[in-house]
Design a protein around this ligand. Structure first.
Ligand code: TRP
Length: 346
C-alpha cells in the first residue's frame, strides 16, 4: 500500500505563525513533493466539541477561518482532500469499537491528555468524551489507512496510542489496520514558536499570537510590542539575543539574503553580534523582522482574500472532499466489521 497522509486541526481559533512553521509549512512541502497516493486534511470539529461542547458557535465560526487559512497557505484542493470530521459517521462507529481496546487508566496516563486536563481545570470532572478523544483520533487515522501524520510533537502520545490500538485490533481480530508515523518539523526552533511576549506557547487566550489573517497594521503593532531584552535600555547598551523574541523569530523566519536586503548587515550572525556589543536599537531590529514577516504573510493574505470573495468555491471544496472522505471511511468500517465478525448482512 502506498503512502497516505492525514492530519487535522481543531477549529477553535484562527491559525497563527506557530501553526505555520510548526506544521502548515511542512504539509505544503509534503503536498508539493508528491510522494503519496492520497493526502487528507481534516477539520476536527467533533474533537473540538469534546472541550467546547457548551460553545458550538465558536467551532462553527472557526471552521471557516481554518479552511481559509489552509487554502491561503497554499494547500491545494486538487491535491488535498479537505473534510469535516463530524460529517463522517464511520469515524464515530470506529471509535466505539476501538474503545474496547483501551483502558480508562491508559487514557488517564496519556501525557497529552494529562496536560490538557490540568490546563482546562477538569480535575475529577473530566468529560468521558474528552478523556477518550485519543480513541477518536485513532479512528481518524486508521479510517483512512493513513501512515504519515504531519503534526507537532505534542501529538506524539496520541499517535502512540493509535498504534497501540492498531496492534491490539490486529492481534485480536486479525491483520486489518496499519500503524502510522509522525512527520515532524525538523527545525526544533520552529517546532515551538513562542508568543510575542516570550511565553513558551503562542495562544489565543494569552493574546500573544501573530495570525495568518492579521492585517499589516496588526502585524506591525505586534512586532513593535515584542519582548526583547529588558536591560537593553539605551541603544548603546549591550543587548541579549537569547530569549529575545525578535531574534528568536528572525532565527526561524529570516534568511541571510533577507537580512542584507532589509538591514546594513550581511547575515543574521553579524546583526546579532552588533546587538550583543551594543549600538543596535530594538526598533531597528523590529523593523527588519516586520519586513521579513510581511514577505511571508502578504501572499497568504492575498490568497485568503480571493477565497473570502469566493466562499461558494470554498463550500464546494469542503463538500466534495467530505463526500470522498465518507466513502473512504465507509470502506474501512466495512473491513473492520468484517474482521470483528459483525458484518451480518454481507
Ligand atoms: N489533535 C489534533 C490537534 O489538536 C487534531 C487531530 C484530530 C488530528 N484528529 C487528528 C491530527 C488526526 C492528526 C491526525 O491539533
Amino acid at each position: 500500500m502506498g503512502n497516505i497522509i492525514l492530519t487535522g486541526d481543531r477549529p477553535t481559533g484562527r491559525l497563527h505563525l506557530g501553526h505555520y512553521v510548526g506544521s502548515l509549512r511542512n504539509r505544503v512541502k509534503l503536498q508539493n513533493e508528491g510522494n503519496y497516493d492520497e493526502m487528507y486534511v481534516m477539520i476536527a470539529d467533533s474533537q473540538a466539541l469534546t472541550d467546547n461542547f457548551d460553545n458550538p458557535k465558536k467551532i462553527q465560526d472557526n471552521l471557516h477561518e481554518v479552511i481559509l487559512d489552509y487554502l491561503s497557505v497554499g494547500l491545494n484542493p486538487e491535491k488535498v482532500t479537505f473534510f469535516i470530521q463530524s460529517e463522517v459517521n464511520a469515524l464515530t462507529t470506529l471509535t466505539y469499537y476501538y474503545m474496547n481496546l483501551v483502558t480508562v487508566s491508559r487514557l488517564q496516563r496519556n501525557p497529552t491528555i494529562k496536560t490538557e486536563i490540568k490546563l482546562r481545570g477538569f480535575d475529577e470532572s473530566v468529560p468521558a468524551g474528552f478523556l477518550s478523544y485519543p480513541v477518536s483520533q485513532a479512528a481518524d487515522i486508521t479510517g483512512f489507512n493513513a501512515n504519515i501524520i504531519p503534526v507537532g510533537d505534542d501529538q506524539l502520545p496520541l499517535l502512540e496510542q493509535t498504534n497501540e490500538i492498531v496492534r491490539s485490533f490486529n492481534r485480536i481480530y486479525g491483520e486489518t489496520l496499519r500503524e502510522c508515523e509522525a512527520y515532524l518539523e525538523k527545525d526544533e526552533k520552529a517546532q515551538r514558536l513562542p508568543g510575542i511576549d516570550g511565553n513558551a506557547k503562542m495562544s489565543k487566550s494569552l493574546g500573544n499570537g501573530i495570525y495568518l489573517a492579521d492585517t499589516p497594521e496588526e502585524v506591525y503593532k505586534k512586532v513593535m510590542s515584542m519582548y526583547t531584552d529588558p536591560d537593553h535600555i539605551k541603544i548603546e547598551d549591550p543587548g541579549k539575543v537569547e530569549g529575545n523574541m525578535v531574534f528568536t523569530y528572525l532565527d526561524v523566519f529570516a534568511t541571510d539574503e533577507q537580512i542584507s536586503k532589509y538591514s546594513d548587515f550581511s547575515s543574521l550572525e553579524e546583526m546579532k553580534n552588533q546587538y550583543r556589543s551594543g549600538g543596535l536599537g530594538d526598533v531597528k531590529i523590529k523593523k527588519v523582522l516586520y519586513e521579513v514577516l510581511e514577505e511571508l504573510l502578504e501572499p497568504i493574505r492575498e490568497k485568503r482574500k480571493y477565497y473570502e470573495e469566493h466562499m461558494d468555491e470554498v463550500e464546494k471544496i469542503l463538500k466534495e472532499g467530505t463526500e470522498k472522505a465518507i466513502s473512504k471511511a465507509n470502506e474501512t468500517l466495512a473491513n473492520v466489521k468484517k474482521a470483528i465478525g459483525i458484518d451480518y448482512f454481507e
